[in-house]
Design a protein around this ligand. Structure first.
Ligand code: FEO
Length: 169
């Protein structure tokens, strides 16, 4: 595998684990705020991010590439109100999309079609995650300032259940 592609894939393990850590921070914020549904939603989101990290690691291992695990940064975000995690979440997903696109670009430039095919799942996943993050902001804007609306929204998010990623390596 091309050195740059391998390095970017390895770095993405850390980025995904950081995403998991960031979403655990959000989950904890909402838990403290008494919004157990929002807390549940981000707890599951954190599990999905951990899964993403493991997929990148597995892909490198399957291709006999060396994996190096680095330290995970402390979540770098200040959460002032119930909307803040949602906005920070969207901003973060847009950033992650740019990282996936960068790896895709590196793979494309060396005709690494296998890595491009592996990344296709993540390209689609990022589209879904940005849509979900946008939807949460829209719903919070519409219903979040009304206590009953917030209660209903929290109940809706509390119903989210974890499911393993559809990509299996
Ligand atoms: Fe692993 Fe939310 O992207």
């Amino acid at each position: 595998m091309d050195k740059k592609v391998s390095k970017l894939l390895n770095a993405q393990i850390n980025k995904e684990l950081y995403s998991a850590y960031l979403y655990l921070e959000f989950s904890n914020y909402y838990n403290e705020a008494g919004l157990s549904g929002f807390s549940n939603w981000y707890y599951i989101q954190a599990q999905e991010e951990r899964d993403h990290a493991m997929l990148f690691m597995k892909y490198l291992q399957n291709n006999n590439e060396k994996v190096t695990l680095e330290a995970i940064d402390k979540p770098d975000v200040s959460l002032g109100d119930n909307m803040a995690p949602l906005k920070a979440g969207l901003e973060h997903e847009i950033y992650v999309t740019s990282l996936i696109n960068d790896i895709y670009d590196a793979a494309y430039s060396v005709k690494d079609f296998r890595t491009m095919q592996f990344l296709d799942w993540f390209v689609k996943e990022q589209g879904e995650e940005e849509t979900n993050a946008n939807d949460l902001i829209t719903k919070m804007t519409l219903f979040g300032s009304d206590p009953k609306g917030l209660y209903m929204l929290d109940s809706e998010l509390g119903a989210r259940v974890y499911s393993a990623p559809s990509l299996v390596l």
